[in-house]
Design a protein around this ligand. Structure first.
Ligand code: FA5
Ligand code: MG
Length: 387
């Protein structure tokens, strides 16, 4: 079909990831325990968060400033830890249960059965605690098989924050350790939001994470919707106990840096973070927080619907990866618009794919070619029956 895949294939064969040299064949293997596609491999090592002129780098530095200004006890900063981590680091060390969905091949990129592309920066909590760090920030690229729309991308960036308290810190307050930490955590993150955005509409939502209790998410009102920007909570005692902090209490958070940068700079689509178009990159400069992104032009979208009978193994993440593998960043959204089961018990799904380039107008011919390839591969790779 199209040759669009060829130019996206990286020319590099050896990557340096967090001081570790990794060969292309170590990551992209033809092996049933490996589900990393080329499109993901080509993003490894780009480290957008370490570019001072990039919105993610500008945001990272602004968050550093907040912690440097407000805490006399300095937070140790890490932004170059290798994104290839063990299953133990990514899941076991943060108490993710053996049967939790996040461990599945449908949700996580596995390099082999014991190695993943980290799906969150929480993967580094335990090792840093063991090394004796009590106040730290870890920024990095994270990887997830996920749906496709303007606020989800399979590679994104998080910043983990972690703070350990000793008993004398909460005993004076008259609160128990957990309440003290929860209160301090919310104050810290509300202060951060104020530092970044000034007044902004936000709300706390109770949630669940295996590694914190209680757990919260912060949502910000953005483009007529509540947008989840971070998860956080009071660290499970078991994690502290296992890593030499038996008598302490701690809080932790994980910021979604793209989501925060979208709000901060008014960036409407998450794909833009990966753009090399000067009309995007030239709008940002080091240390400048007050900039609002001016969309250079909105090219027309093109919608293509596709219906098929699914089987038991069908998942939306698999569909999204097929579409992304063919259309790359030309796909804006993949959305289920119809779903029914007939009398024979067969289930049909209709998906609407929105194609739109952020840089130019697409031709009908080009879109028809893409859609044709999508139809072929959806049928051959996902074993569904097109209607
Ligand atoms: C976590 O990843 C937890 N590790 C966060 C955490 C750390 C909780 C420490 C408690 C203590 P979650 O899966 O909700 O949580 O992701 C955190 C944030 O990443 C989300 O709030 C969102 O802002 C962002 N995010 C998640 N998925 C995507 C995606 N596909 N694209 C862009 N941003 C995403
Ligand atoms: Mg969440």
């Amino acid at each position: 079909p199209s040759n669009s895949k060829a130019w996206r294939r990286p020319v590099v064969s050896v990557l340096e990831l967090g001081g570790v040299k990794i060969a292309r064949d170590d990551v992209l293997r033809d092996d049933p325990t490996n589900n990393v596609p080329d499109t993901i491999f080509s993003k490894l090592g780009l480290q957008l968060h370490r570019r001072d002129q990039h919105p993610l780098g500008i945001l990272k530095n602004a968050i550093y400033d907040y912690f440097d200004t407000n805490y006399s006890n300095k937070f140790d900063k890490f932004d170059d830890l290798c994104p290839l981590v063990s299953v133990k680091q990514n899941f076991d060390d943060v108490l993710v249960p053996a049967d939790h969905v996040s461990r599945s091949y449908n949700d996580t990129y596995y390099v082999d059965s014991q190695t993943v592309l980290r799906c969150h920066t929480s993967a580094h909590q335990a090792e840093l605690l063991r090394k004796g760090h009590t106040h730290f920030l870890v920024t990095g690229d994270v990887y997830r098989r996920d749906s496709i729309d303007s606020t989800h991308y399979p590679v994104f960036h998080q910043m983990e924050g972690f703070r350990v308290f000793s008993p004398d810190e909460w005993e004076a307050s008259g609160l128990d350790g957990t309440s003290f930490a929860a209160e301090d955590l919310k104050k810290c993150l509300e202060g951060l939001a104020k530092h970044l955005f000034g007044p902004v509409e936000m709300r706390w939502v109770d949630t669940y994470f295996p590694f914190t209790n209680p757990s919260f998410e912060l949502e910000i009102y953005f483009k007529e919707k509540w947008l989840e920007v971070l998860g956080c909570g009071v660290t499970e005692q078991e994690i502290l106990k296992r890593n030499g902090k038996l008598n302490n209490v701690a809080w932790a958070f994980g910021l979604g840096l793209e989501r925060l940068a979208m709000v901060l700079f008014d960036i409407p689509d998450i794909r833009l973070f990966w753009s090399n178009d000067e009309r995007f990159t030239s709008q940002f400069s080091k240390g400048q927080l007050g900039i609002k992104f001016k969309p250079f032009s909105k090219y027309p979208p093109c919608y293509k619907d596709m219906s098929f009978w699914i089987n038991e193994s069908f998942t939306e993440n698999n569909l999204c990866e097929v579409v992304r593998g063919i259309a790359g960043d030309l796909v804006e959204e993949v959305r289920l618009i119809d779903n029914f089961t007939n009398k024979k018990g067969m289930t049909s799904h209709c998906y609407r794919i929105a194609y739109r380039s952020m840089e130019r107008s697409l031709t009908d011919e080009e879109i028809n070619d893409l859609q044709m390839s999508v139809r072929e591969q959806v049928q051959s790779k996902l074993n569904v029956v097109l209607r």
